[in-house]
Design a protein around this ligand. Structure first.
Ligand code: GLU
Length: 480
């Protein structure tokens, strides 16, 4: 690997499902690496031990796999790198860029209260920070220290954000951050402490030679610490380029949250979206390529060079997502759709669709109906009629199933029973029935649809019927 290889990463915390915002930054990081022929790393930031769960890890990996954003390295788990963090901590303490702090939670509370009472901003007051000639408090017995970063006391941290442009934050705004907490009380002797996010992220980005970091703009305020820590540990090694993407707003203009429409990426899989539809929609929520609304992942890789990233937040629009997905659904291969629909039907307990999947009939059904659907769930809603009884609504019954049509439907049932079972045979049986009863096509086709399909609007009725088993059509007509 040459030193100029572009390396990006996505670093989700396994404290819940993969959020839509994280999926978007994963896409940007992945596409940017692919665009430059670089590498994409997946890192699991599991140092929040109390909130991290294996279930979340599994969900995140499943969501990434479903999206198809393959990683070249990882997953790397931070909790498996504690010895490495410990090594860096010791080097930093030796170099004077980090120090142990024995202040107890009670002491820190009292410190903050006093600052508030004086009308000051609350911040760590540096009581354990070593300085030439400064006497430090006596080390208290029985207190396990945290390690703090000795942040530069003055100066300004500046970076040219890939999304937001130049950002400067003064060091006087930030204090000496905790970078390592002691190991749990019951941990065996010699167990290293647990690093905090802002420290572990820098060690990892450095060790993993990350060149470009795309992430949510809630991390802008963390970036000065990360840059300072980087400089303290890595000296003049070039920093990664940071790009902070604006949050995604819900369709009510407020931050997308669990209560306001933010569901996991996998929930969209369950709801019948296609990964390429999701990715296309997510890509556009914060990036543009001219007026292009619909594109493939390959096109995005070709176009995504880190420019044209939006500075202001985009709004989640479920109707737009559905439209984008519908376009990808139309273009999708019918056998692939058939497998997805069989899965959806299986969830409803309709397993008989598997035979139609095997013999290609389900793919033909998908081809016939996909133009009118946005998701594979909607497709399954349509195709369920081929495998499970239908119950037309009272309105459809009242509108189309009067007594006058009874004799014609009886004739049609008999005609179909002996018809050759294809579009032409079905059309001929219908034509013969129309002639025998002096009816016009809609007078017969509507009741026929209502009885067989459960609704009056369908694609061309002979094409729809041809995909049924003949026996089912005849039975549904005879039941009337
Ligand atoms: N674990 C952090 C998060 O999930 C990663 C932030 C970063 O990319 O640096 O927000």
């Amino acid at each position: 690997m040459s030193t100029s290889t572009v390396r990006t990463r996505i670093a989700p915390s396994p404290t819940g499902f993969l959020h839509l915002g994280t999926a978007r930054t994963a896409l940007y990081s992945w596409a940017f690496a692919r665009h430059h022929g670089g590498e994409f790393v997946l890192r699991i930031e599991d140092t929040d031990v109390a909130r991290s769960t294996q279930d979340s890890v599994d969900q995140i990996l499943a969501a990434m796999a479903w999206l198809g954003l393959g990683h070249d390295e990882g997953p790397v788990y931070q909790m498996q790198r504690l010895d490495r963090y410990q090594q860096v901590i010791e080097q930093m303490i030796a170099a004077g860029t980090a120090y142990r702090c024995y202040a107890t939670p009670d002491e820190l509370d009292a410190m903050r209260e006093a600052q508030k009472a004086r009308g000051e901003k609350t911040r760590y007051d540096g009581r354990w920070r070593p300085a030439p000639g400064k006497p430090l408090p006596a080390v208290p017995a029985g207190v396990k220290p945290v390690v703090r970063f000795a942040n530069p006391a003055d100066g300004v941290v500046t970076w040219n954000d890939l999304v937001k442009g130049p950002i400067s934050i003064s060091n006087t705004e930030i204090d000496d951050l905790i970078i390592q907490r002691p190991p749990a009380d019951d941990a065996p002797e010699g167990t290293p402490g647990v690093p905090t996010y802002n420290f572990a992220v820098v060690v990892d980005d450095w060790d993993m030679r990350i060149t470009h970091v795309f992430r949510g703009d809630e991390h802008i305020n963390n970036t000065p610490w990360q840059i300072n820590i980087w400089r303290a540990m890595a000296g003049g090694t070039p920093l990664p380029n940071y790009g902070h993407c604006p949050i995604i707003l819900g369709d009510d203009g407020l931050k997308l949250s669990k209560r306001r429409g933010a569901v996991s990426v996998t929930a969209y899989e369950d709801a019948g979206y296609l990964p390429e539809g999701m990715l296309n929609y997510l890509a556009r929520l914060g990036w543009s390529h001219g007026d292009d609304e619909l594109f493939s992942l390959e096109q995005m890789v070709q176009w995504f060079d880190g420019s044209h990233l939006a500075k202001s937040p985009a709004q989640w629009d479920p109707a737009k997502l559905a439209w984008v997905n519908a376009q990808h659904l139309k273009a999708a291969d019918d056998s692939r759709l058939a497998a997805l629909v069989a899965g959806q039907l299986g969830k409803r307990g309709i397993t008989s669709a598997n035979a139609a999947l095997a013999d290609g009939r389900l793919a033909a059904m998908c081809a016939l109906f996909k133009d009118r659907c946005s998701t594979t769930v909607e497709l399954a809603d349509w195709l369920a009629m081929y495998f499970a009884p239908v119950t037309p609504s009272d309105e459809e019954r009242a509108a189309h199933l009067g007594d006058v049509i009874r004799p014609a439907l009886a004739t049609l049932a008999a005609q179909l029973d002996t018809a050759s079972w294809d579009k032409a045979g079905i059309a001929a049986a219908m034509k013969a029935t129309l002639g025998a009863h002096g009816l016009k096509m809609p007078q017969l086709a509507m009741p026929l649809r209502v009885l067989v399909c459960g609704r009056a609007q369908t694609p061309s009725v002979d094409a729809v019927l041809a995909l049924f088993e003949k026996k089912i059509v005849v039975e549904r007509l005879q039941c009337f």
